[in-house]
Write a protein that binds this ligand. Sequence first.
Ligand SMILES: C[S@@+](CC[C@H](N)C(=O)[O-])C[C@H]1O[C@@H](n2cnc3c(N)ncnc32)[C@H](O)[C@@H]1O
Length: 279
Amino acid sequence: MTERRAVGQVKEVTSLANPIVKDIKSLALKKFRDQRNVFMAEGLKLVIDALDLGWTIETLVFAKSAKGNPVVEKVAARTVAAGGLVLEVTEKVLAAITRRDNPQMVVGVFRQRWKPLSEVRPAAGDVWVALDRVRDPGNLGTVIRTADAVGAKGVILVGDTTDPFSVETVRATMGSVFAVPVAKAGEQEFLAWRKGFSGLVVGTHLKGAVDYRTVPYAGKPVLLLMGNEQQGLPETLASACDRLVLIPQAGRADSLNLAVATGIMLFEIRREALKVVAR
Ligand SMILES: C[S@@+](CC[C@H](N)C(=O)[O-])C[C@H]1O[C@@H](n2cnc3c(N)ncnc32)[C@H](O)[C@@H]1O
């Protein structure tokens, strides 16, 4: 597929009343994302990363001002080659789709992808993060980004959680949503899966009796279990852990932010594997 052929298949849209534009705008709501099993990612880099990682693009939207940009036109050609639709729109339409005054010049609509929990089978050295009822999209996005940065294998969402495919979460992942597999499970389903997991399950708890730096993490699969922002880990999940660890604190704060605590834990668990390599 040449770029010229792709350009020939671009639809120009200027009206906010266009039904495709309305459909994409509706993806701000989880109900419509779930109904159509798609989500929106903003920015040229994210869209290129997603295509490179084999995610299925349904629609590519780009600003009129990006017309002629060879990188954008290449992405448009890839979208057409993958059977997707390409829309060239006005800034006004792009601002409405992204609900931003200064929107990115490219937006992609991709198929959602979930890892079935039954396929999560960590091997020695692998690290997975399980988040209990995570509520805040910024926290979830930051955890996914941090999991990516440390080379963790994926994230399991336990119970009723915020949506990894919301615009806010995707923004906070900075593209890592395309690199880190995400599974979801109700608490009972998660506990049943945990019974078949023979690695080390480390829970973090403000009542943990063990300093997180004293646990030997290397050499086995590790599942790091983090509690809900308001309530922490419930007893049902805490009692399923092999160890309950504490990150010692010195000041007046009751606890650390969930994503910060997850980051501290992940860098400790992966300490042996993370070495500075000259580039
Ligand atoms: C904001 S905290 C929850 C605070 C909650 N009020 C409680 O009593 O657990 C969210 C999660 O971050 C982790 N966390 C935060 N600070 C921690 C610390 N100092 N040690 C261990 N885990 C911590 C735990 O997993 C906790 O459930």
